[in-house]
Write a protein that binds this ligand. Structure first.
Ligand code: BES
Ligand code: ZN
Ligand code: ZN
Length: 517
């Protein structure tokens, strides 16, 4: 998809689809006495364009009250009067007082997903401008949000369908006011880099386990790194042995597919000798059968997305290479396949992790924390001063938080504060869960240093995080459990069903908060 910024001369824009955003500007109801009748809420639709021609074209339909401007609601007009555009699409953002940049991102996606099945190939967006009754959002973030939404909305999980019609939107134009053009250009560039990186992660997650094996994940990482100018090394089983990665190897040993230890390095152009080195660590299980503690057949096909954390880290590195923050970043993805076989690790095995700690394996399906244990330790050895990991680690995180918020954990409030700042930009929802030492009791082993699962399922996402914490040791660290948000079975108006790429944007924004410039 081509994306560009253009000066607003809306009536003369000859496009297949002109998209304009709208909010419900009805005043918020004031508290009333119990005896008073509930006042009728009359929606007052505000079209977020200062252009008189757009306002006129939509006047009649908006006056009809048929369109409420609720979030992601759409209304289409053909041959709008006074406009050169073939169609005018109005996309709702919800209540005026509540609409955020994140609603705008989604609405941008909704417009593109509206266009795709109708074979509409080019879309022009009116960048929201101040109108009476709406507190305008700043133009830069608006442009970035719409571009991100549009690119993310254009992604579909249909690459393997032979009846696939490529209905991608070919060009998206952002119509900005003359005074905002420079800001808009930069915002468009950033938004395109970030969304393209998120889609890259999604495309990896979409791949089945027979196609993206650990070695292939390594090849894809290498190809990406070459394309964007990152250093990348991909190591096999020998390196795991050399580094004494006993926990990672325990998982890898059961598969015919060799593991891959993927290491990417981003060094900023300007020398940033001191300052933090950020270590991004991803779980890259290309298929998780559960191993000897085998999973039930029902739903096991989903476990092809068990490399979602690794894919997110590769996506984040892709964006970092494009955005060029002034901070050093390294990335370690531990890729393996978790299989049952005559060579597989067993419940009861005791293995020695790279850090020297011994692990009693209670359940071979708790493999993500095994590979990450060595990945986290290796990132520290490579010089990481701050760590973040992402993993489809536990079913329990979905029990705790559903598929709305993903789980986040940290051993350091200051580091987590950086992450919170990133979330304000990314709009992704993470909920911080506790790491009290009392939870550590559940994974205490009597015959080794630690067990890979406890006897109880209670607090499963937390005990998994406690396990990882042992390997982050004293290094400031954030753990993201994205198991329940990496894949959606039901499409949203702004997002196709399938891989979501959740966490890529938040990881990138976390990294940017450390940029020296
Ligand atoms: N990959 C799974 C977690 C998962 C579940 C990801 C659902 C995506 C959707 C992980 O390796 C796993 O199997 N975890 C076990 C841990 C248990 C054995 C302590 C789980 O969550 O059941
Ligand atoms: Zn598992
Ligand atoms: Zn897993």
């Amino acid at each position: 998809m081509k994306t560009q910024v253009s000066k607003q001369n809306i009536p003369s824009v000859a496009t297949d689809l002109l998209a304009v955003f709208a909010v419900d500007g009805a005043p918020v109801k004031t508290p009333k006495l119990p005896t008073q009748k509930e006042p009728e809420a009359i929606p007052q639709i505000l079209l977020l364009s200062s252009d008189a021609a757009v306002q006129r074209a939509a006047e009649a339909v908006l006056a009809s009250g048929e369109f409420k401007a609720s979030a992601n609601e759409t209304l289409l007009l053909h041959s709008p009067l006074g406009l050169a555009a073939k169609r005018l699409l109005i996309v709702g953002l919800g209540k005026s007082a509540k609409a955020t940049i994140h609603d705008l991102r989604r609405a941008g996606g909704t417009a593109v997903r509206f266009a795709k099945p109708r074979g509409i190939k080019n879309v022009a967006f009116v960048v929201p401008t101040a109108v009476e009754g709406w507190m305008a959002l700043p133009p830069g973030p608006c442009v970035q949000a719409v571009v991100e939404g549009a690119l993310l909305g254009d992604f579909d999980s249909d690459t393997y369908r032979s009846d696939r019609k490529d209905q991608s939107v070919q060009s998206v134009t952002l119509l900005a006011t003359e005074s905002d053009l420079t800001i808009a250009e930069q915002a468009l560039r950033d938004g395109a880099i970030i969304a393209d990186a998120q889609n890259f992660a999604r495309s990896l997650v979409l791949e089945p386990g027979n196609v993206v094996t650990p070695a292939v994940l390594g090849e894809r990482a290498k190809a990406m790194a070459e394309e964007v100018g990152l250093r990348c090394e991909v190591y096999g089983a020998d390196k795991l042995h050399e580094l004494k990665m006993g926990a990672f190897w325990a998982v890898a040993q059961g598969s015919e597919q060799p593991p891959a230890l993927i290491v990417l390095t981003y060094t900023p152009d300007m020398s940033v000798k001191d300052g933090p080195v950020l270590g991004l660590v991803g779980k890259g299980i290309t298929f998780d059968t559960g191993g000897i503690s085998i999973k039930p057949a029902d739903g096991m096909e989903k476990m092809k997305y068990d490399m979602g954390g690794g894919a997110a880290m590769l996506g984040a590195m892709r964006a970092i290479a494009g955005l060029k923050p002034a901070v050093r970043v390294i990335c370690v993805v531990c890729a393996a396949e978790n299989m049952p076989s005559g060579k597989a690790y067993r419940p009861g095995d005791i293995v020695t992790a790279k850090s020297g700690k011994t692990i009693e394996v209670m359940n071979t399906d708790a493999e993500g924390r095994m590979v990450l244990a060595d990945g986290l330790n290796y990132a520290r050895e490579l010089g990481a001063t701050h760590l973040i990991d992402a993993a489809t680690l536990t079913g329990a995180v979905g029990v705790a938080l559903g598929a709305v918020n993903a789980g986040a954990f940290s051993n350091d409030d200051a580091t987590y504060e950086h992450f919170t700042r990133g979330l304000a930009v990314s709009g992704e929802r993470f909920w911080r869960l506790p790491l009290d030492d009392d939870y550590r009791e559940q994974i205490k082993s009597s015959i080794a240093d630690i067990m890979n699962t406890g006897g109880s399922r209670l607090g499963g996402a937390i005990t998994a995080a406690k396990f990882l914490q042992e390997f982050a040791e004293e290094t400031p660290w954030i753990h993201l459990d994205i198991a329940a948000v990496t894949w959606i079975d039901d499409a949203k108006p702004w997002l196709a069903k399938g891989p979501t790429g959740t966490s890529v944007r938040s990881i990138v924004e976390w990294v940017r908060t450390y940029s020296a410039s």
